[in-house]
Design a protein around this ligand. Structure first.
Ligand SMILES: [Zn+2]
Length: 443
């Protein structure tokens, strides 16, 4: 394969990652100090309650261009971290947990015992990937994504963000575009970081409705139970309107026999009159009369009418409408990522090596506006930097590129409120400790 083939790749949006470009990006644009501030969670301050060892116990791992993978690195200062990133120029930076001891020195500590090397803190994380939706999208498959299927990610952000804030009371949540085909979520509240694996599993199970199974067409099961308030709210506030107003038509879910049969198969066959219901519907849909109305909307209307009509006393059939909507729209989580503290997750602001796009934060309150195709690429940013000329004093380089908006959002909506609450938490814990030691001395 000659270089010409590579150029063709470039034109198809598959930017080949150029290490010289990446070096410039780490040198001029990557927000090293902000990233370090975030991961220090206030412990880099001067307050006597700060745990100076905290940030140095965090695992960073680098994937180098040569496919060499360096795990268990740790940094005690922002400049240490910055220096290592600039020197090694990793094509990917992953963030792991905070361990009981400095991960770089883990071998010095044996297994077991009080000083055992074990994860003690980790953000609660979620990983959602559009390739897990291949059975419900007809526009793309695999790693491909377009403006017709991306809204499935938007819906996932809305549903999960809502429950994390409302049902679990978390405040410091960062959503990040993974650079190609999905989104990552970092829940950074102190009480989220200190969850053990069991508690993480419990939260993931709470959120999970979709139980993926290779053989079964029906991927959710809500029948026979009252809808949990969280699910019921997700349905009425997000999923139903998304399904009916958008997905139904953009994916042409009822376009042909193959597609509508897939939906008819979701009707539970334990219902005594399923044969009557489905054959009536098939009858209506067989003659493909042209109509000015959208065929998908019309057929969905028929199906809803049949299942929800007063004749259908069986709860199962009525619930089935909701089940179909859930099967097509409900967030699909990579459960393993959320359940274990020691799972690594790609750092925000990395460059995706295949697309060249920056892993920028996504504002959950404006996630409908997020367009993955509009996310700046590495070469675009460097072009903007070139065009902007020299910086004036006090101006950050990133402010003169389209990365500026992403970094300003990261700071104002996530980092600053987070650090404020970390400071309060550290002070409160310190005061409690002082009080306790005073009390014990007065015995
Ligand atoms: Zn698509």
């Amino acid at each position: 394969m000659g270089t010409d083939d590579m150029l063709i790749d470039n034109s198809r949006n598959q930017e080949q990652l150029d290490l010289n470009y990446l070096k410039l990006y780490y040198g001029k644009l990557f927000p090293h100090a902000d990233m370090f501030k975030w991961l220090a969670y206030g412990h880099d301050g001067k307050h006597p309650g700060c745990d100076q060892s905290y940030v140095g116990r965090r695992e960073f791992s680098f994937t180098l261009d040569s496919d060499i993978y360096i795990r268990f690195q740790s940094f005690y200062s922002s400049s240490d971290m910055e220096k290592a990133i600039k020197e090694k120029c990793p094509v990917k930076i992953d963030i792991g947990p905070v361990y009981s001891v400095d991960p770089a020195k883990r071998l010095a500590y044996g297994q077991g015992g009080d000083n055992a090397f074990t994860p003690v803190e980790r953000e609660l994380i979620f990983d959602i990937d559009i390739s897990d939706y291949d059975d419900v999208r007809y526009c793309c498959s695999g790693a491909d994504v377009c403006s017709d299927c991306w809204p499935l990610m938007t819906v996932a952000i809305k549903v999960i963000d809502f429950t994390l804030r409302d049902d679990f009371g978390f405040d410091h949540i960062l959503w990040v575009y993974s650079g190609r085909r999905g989104v990552h979520c970092w829940v950074c509240d102190g009480k989220a970081r200190r969850l053990n694996n069991e508690q993480r599993s419990a939260i993931s199970d709470y959120i999970r409705v979709y139980k993926g199974s290779e053989n079964s067409q029906k991927k959710v099961s809500l029948v026979g139970q009252a809808l949990h308030p969280f699910l019921s709210r997700s349905y009425t506030e997000v999923l139903r309107s998304f399904f009916e107003d958008k997905l139904l038509c953009t994916q042409n879910l009822f376009l042909n026999e193959e597609r509508y049969e897939k939906i008819l198969e979701m009707i539970p066959d334990e219902c005594f009159n399923i044969v009557a219901v489905t054959s009536e519907l098939r009858g209506k849909w067989m003659d493909n009369k042209r109509s000015k109305d959208d065929i998908n909307t019309t057929r969905w209307g028929h199906l809803k009418h049949s299942l929800q009509s007063s004749k259908q006393k069986a709860q199962g059939l009525r619930r089935c409408v909701e089940e179909i909507v859930f099967a097509f729209t409900y967030p699909r989580l990579d459960m393993e990522v959320s359940k274990h503290m020691n799972h690594l997750l790609k750092a925000p602001f990395c460059i995706h090596p295949k697309t060249g796009r920056v892993c920028v934060p996504i504002d959950p309150n404006r996630c409908e506006e997020f367009d993955p195709a509009a996310v700046p690429t590495l070469s675009q940013l460097l072009g903007e930097l070139n065009a902007a000329g020299l910086t004036t004093e006090g101006e950050d380089e990133f402010d003169r590129t389209s990365l500026g908006e992403a970094i300003r959002y990261f700071r104002s909506s996530f980092l600053f409120p987070l650090l404020k609450s970390c400071k309060e938490e550290i002070e409160a814990a310190y005061n409690t400790e002082i009080q306790q030691s005073k009390n014990s001395m007065s015995w």
